[in-house]
Design a protein around this ligand. Sequence first.
Ligand SMILES: [Fe+2]
Length: 290
Amino acid sequence: MKVILKRVALLLLVLIVMAVLVIEISAIVCRSAYRVRHYDVSIEGVETDATVVLLSDLHSYQFGEDNQRLLRTIREIRPAAIFCAGDMVNAGAGDAEIRQLVSFIADLQEIAQVYYSLGNTELQNMLDGGADVLRLVRNVGAIARLDDYVETEIGGNRVNVGFTMGHYGYTGWQWANAPDYAMEEAVGADGTPAIVLMHMPESFFLDIHDTWTGDLYLSGHTHGGVICVPGVGGVFAPTQGWWPEYERGYHTFDDGRFQMIITPGMAGHDWIPRVFNMPEISVIHLHPQS
Ligand SMILES: [Fe+2]
């Protein structure tokens, strides 16, 4: 009996060591590699095919020195526009991190027009008296707004682009006065195809979007659930909590009236590494509606 118990204990130990090793290897891979995932989206009013790149949640991380590897990949995609959907630097980012971000945005801007929207980290930094990321990235050519939209051209299409962090914490009367709510009602009101950068997809799940006018919402914030269980999904996402339903991918709401792509982004969450959760450059192919 004692011999059997010893063998079971040894087997358990070996299994635990193997599991830890596999998790550690996956975490290393997810820190050094990334995938490119393609999405096809049709929007009424889009007249010609156009390819855009969506980045989010880089959290001051670098893939290659000065993100040269990331830049090379994005350059090869030849996008008509590059969307940054927030949390590109950490909360509490110091001067060096901010300089690194601005330099990266300047490099991206040489590839295609960058549209930069704030995440909770950039907004928190600004509220705490830190760097004015909106102004700094505008200085290197990016189009950057908060709770506002711009009329622009992307790949030969007239498009309105909206910018908001989203305000999940808002309820009731707060929404009626929220500046992002006014933007949501206006961005596509004239029938122009409307793409909204909205860092927190959860803003959309409050059933307060009846009067919103965006066609395609591009979000991040979830980090893909940070740690994923293969075949099951992400374990935890900021704001959504445990086993998030909307951790990544393409979603539609209100019978297809609204489309949303949630990118799992590029970095882990605070000290927690990504596991079985490859960082992602999201490539969106915009098409006319057939
Ligand atoms: Fe984030």
